[in-house]
Design a protein around this ligand. Structure first.
Ligand code: HAM
Length: 415
């Protein structure tokens, strides 16, 4: 019997995982600078949370959730995204009672039953942030700035920021009627997906890649905004301009989740087949109340880490931190062999990356291993050296070697 991973999942192996560690490290470090603190919420939640939070008519809830009944007869769902769980955690733990904003971030797996392709998986990972407790448009801009900085600091080029305002639910309802009046005469020439979206979620029709040619004269939601929405959107743009963050307005940008109000934005880049969205987010002023909390506004984003890593590979960005070791300790002879366990233990305790052989290999094979691991030094311990309390230290780059007192080995390596 042979087992294989499920479709749409990945093994991230040593050699590739270093890029992940780098990207995740950057996300954490950036969040510290922006004063966002980590929150870890469960991988599964009650199904109803996502139905309410993400929205009944979204693709995610209609077609993509991993939902199951547990042994206690509860309907549970593997989280398809991070926002609903974070907001639930914010409400349940009464974070709204604190005097400061809740600026939270998370890194972890999400699950959607989607058709797997390059850049689209069934288990994927997001780096997300959620800032809950303020309506100020400067906070929307801060969240966009954090996302933008993430891409630039991991070394990606060509990431574009697109912004839009999707107004309030009332404004969207009125716009929906205008849009349907425009779309209805075209129904027959639109693709099957668009036809079904017209009935369920007409704003999403504008997102369709194949039918763009039919939408050149489509009404713009920006013309339907009221004064409050317009002022908010203008301030977001002003703040981005002040920070020198390049952006484009895309009045057709509608996100695939229902909770957005006012600002919606996406990070886009070319290089992963047909997929160009690498991250997205926006403001959600009604979500906290919708899932039973107080009337607190929020704004956040989710950035796909698979897509980030794929783009880094596509752009051939160098791995800033290679996985190497400091020293490979080679034992020659039985007594030396016993000593080596102790030696590598002591070196590691001093913060030195040390490795040794466990396969009884000859010296030559061990030296090759040291080379493959990128060891800066090898330390060779023979029975003779052992008697003298010494070890032969060889610098791999130069080939220089000299005996060093065993008791001074760690200090030598740390010099
Ligand atoms: P989303 O647009 O559904 O938003 O997902 C955000 C990002 O997650 C996408 O831009 C993409 O990079 C990545 N992603 C989504 N689905 C997949 C998949 N099947 N395979 C690989 N990557 C994927 C949200 O999830 C919102 N919770 C974002 C947000 C946070 N809005 C406000 N706060």
């Amino acid at each position: 019997m042979k087992f294989q991973k499920s479709p749409g999942t990945q093994d991230i192996l040593p050699g590739a995982v270093e890029r992940w560690q780098f990207v995740e490290g950057k996300a954490r470090e950036l969040c510290r600078r922006y004063n966002f603190r980590e929150i870890r919420t469960p991988m599964f939640e009650s199904t109803e949370l996502f139905q309410r939070g993400v929205g009944e008519t979204t693709d995610i809830v209609e077609k993509e959730m991993y939902t199951f009944i547990d042994r206690g007869d509860r309907s549970l769902t593997l989280r398809p995204e991070g926002t609903a769980g974070v907001v639930r955690g914010y409400v349940e733990n009464k974070l709204f009672g604190e005097p400061d904003l809740s600026k939270l971030y998370y890194i972890g797996p999400m699950f959607r039953y989607e058709r797997a392709q390059a850049g689209r998986y069934r288990q994927f990972h997001q780096f997300g942030v959620e800032a809950i407790g303020a309506v100020d448009a400067a906070l929307d801009a801060e969240v966009i700035a954090l996302g933008y900085s993430f891409y630039t600091e991991v070394g990606l080029k060509g990431v574009r920021v697109e912004v839009n305002s999707v107004g309030t639910p009332e404004i969207r309802a009125a716009f929906r009627d205008r849009l349907l009046a425009f779309l209805e005469p075209k129904r027959e020439i639109l693709c099957k997906d668009c036809q079904s979206r017209m009935d369920r979620n007409p704003l999403r029709v504008l997102d369709c890649k194949t039918d763009q040619k039919h939408f050149t004269d489509a009404p713009s939601i920006l013309d339907s905004l009221d004064d409050e929405c317009r002022t908010h959107f203008e301030k977001v743009q002003q703040c981005l301009t002040d920070m020198d963050i390049p952006f484009e307005i895309n009045h057709r940008l509608v996100r695939g989740l229902d909770y957005y109000t006012h600002t919606a934005f996406e990070f886009k880049a070319e290089g992963i087949g047909a997929i160009d969205t690498v991250g997205g987010g926006g403001r959600y002023n009604g979500l906290v109340a919708d899932i039973g909390g107080p009337d607190q506004p929020g704004v956040g984003f989710g950035i796909g880490l698979e897509r980030t890593v794929l783009l880094l590979e596509h752009q051939n960005t160098e791995l800033p931190e290679l996985n190497g070791i400091d020293v490979y300790v080679v034992a020659l002879g039985e007594a030396a062999e016993r000593e080596v366990s102790k030696t590598v233990y002591q070196l590691r305790a001093r913060g030195i990356r040390a490795e040794r052989d466990y396969q009884g290999r000859k010296m030559k094979a061990q030296m090759k291993s040291a080379d493959r691991l990128g060891a800066r030094f090898t330390a060779i311990l023979g029975d003779d050296e052992l008697v003298r309390g010494e070890i032969m230290l060889k610098e791999m780059a130069t080939g220089d070697q000299r005996p060093v007192a065993m008791s001074a080995l760690a200090d030598e390596l740390l010099r």
